[in-house]
Design a protein around this ligand. Structure first.
Ligand code: SAM
Ligand code: DTB
Ligand code: SF4
Length: 308
């Protein structure tokens, strides 16, 4: 991919006829990956709700009083171990732990380090998403061998302050730099369908292109009742497919994941996303607080996809 690419180039990719765009993205996928390999991650919410941040899409923010959610403290190692075993039995490659924190509190951080070692004891790759990280926290996570740190840019620089006010885009980039500087791979993507324009989607993809995260989750907004974005207008499916294809073209070496929102996508739409270069998904009946596509249905989807 040309290093001199601009948001304008990305816009011209969005304007390609769909067939040409999917064809180009599929070529990139086949060149860089085994196109029949779909990476499977499992999510575990280790601390639920009560988050001090005001992300307009998130049901776990303490700012949105009308969201129906049960707050939970950090789960135990025993509970985590049980979930790792289930994920392993279900064929997961990676186990991702998520916490509704602005940044990890000191008392809980050491327990999180133990959790990462537990994940590795099952032969699973690890991913953690714990909010902002200092360099010291990143060093400690790298010390236990954390494979990936997830921290999403979510949208363009310009649209970001309309979605979140309690932190800045620059702070997001700092955490990502702290993780990468300690040798942790990056999992970084965004949310499509928050009322942003196509230019904003180009802006997000441009930032991701510069960062080249090893893993790129593309979430379709799940409208959580009670959040400011809970009643956002539904995104055009074709625009979602185009976004996946462009992510694949811009980040040829990365796992591109169809992340949140799959439970409202039919099989044909998901298949088109895979043809357009996606090669990763979350398996398991639940994401963090909302439902995911069911495990049983995903087994059927994946076997239909790879023809077994
Ligand atoms: N608190 C941490 C943080 O924000 O970095 C980690 C957990 S947070 C829930 C992880 C990501 O999930 C967010 O950055 C966002 O991209 C995605 N997400 C959260 N709520 C969502 C929703 N309703 N629809 C789609 N994606 C969502
Ligand atoms: C990511 O990009 N998507 C995941 C994961 N990283 C942590 C989270 C999706 C959350 C969907 C809304 C919920 O379950 O509350
Ligand atoms: Fe907190 Fe993360 Fe939700 Fe934002 S997305 S409110 S930081 S849990």
């Amino acid at each position: 991919m040309d290093k001199n690419i601009t948001p304008q180039h990305i816009l011209s990719l969005y304007r390609l006829p769909l067939n040409q765009l999917i064809w180009q993205a599929g070529d990139v996928l086949r060149k860089y990956f085994d196109s029949d390999k779909i990476q499977k991650s499992t999510l575990c919410n280790i601390k639920t709700g009560g988050c001090p941040e005001d992300c307009g899409y998130c049901g776990q923010s303490a700012h949105w009083k009308n969201v129906k959610i049960t707050k939970e403290k950090l789960i135990s190692i025993e509970e985590l171990t049980k979930q790792c075993q289930e994920a392993k039995n279900n064929g997961a490659d990676r186990f991702c732990i998520a916490a509704a924190w602005r940044t990890p509190p000191k008392d809980d951080f050491n327990k999180v380090l133990d959790m990462i070692s537990t994940i590795h004891s099952f032969g699973l790759e690890s991913c953690a998403t714990l909010g902002m990280l200092t360099e010291q926290q990143a060093t400690a996570l790298a010390g236990v061998g954390l494979s990936y740190y997830n921290h999403n840019l979510d949208t363009s620089r310009e649209y970001y302050p309309k979605v979140v006010s309690t932190r800045t885009y620059e702070q997001r980039l700092e955490t990502l730099a702290n993780a990468r500087s300690k040798g942790i791979k990056l999992c970084c993507g965004g949310i499509i369908g928050m009322g942003e324009t196509r230019d904003d989607r180009c802006g997000l993809l441009f930032e991701l292109f510069k960062l080249q995260p090893e893993s790129v989750p593309i979430n379709q907004l799940v409208g959580v009742p009670g959040t400011p974005l809970g009643t956002s207008e539904k995104l055009d499916h074709i625009e979602f497919i185009r976004t996946i294809a462009i992510a694949r073209i811009l980040m040829p070496n990365s796992w591109v994941r169809i992340s949140a929102g799959r439970d409202t996508m039919n099989d044909e739409l998901q298949m088109l996303c895979f043809l357009a270069g996606a090669n990763s998904l979350f398996i398991g009946d639940k994401l963090l607080t909302v439902s995911n596509a069911s495990l049983q249905h995903d087994k059927e989807l994946l076997s239909a996809l790879v023809g077994t």
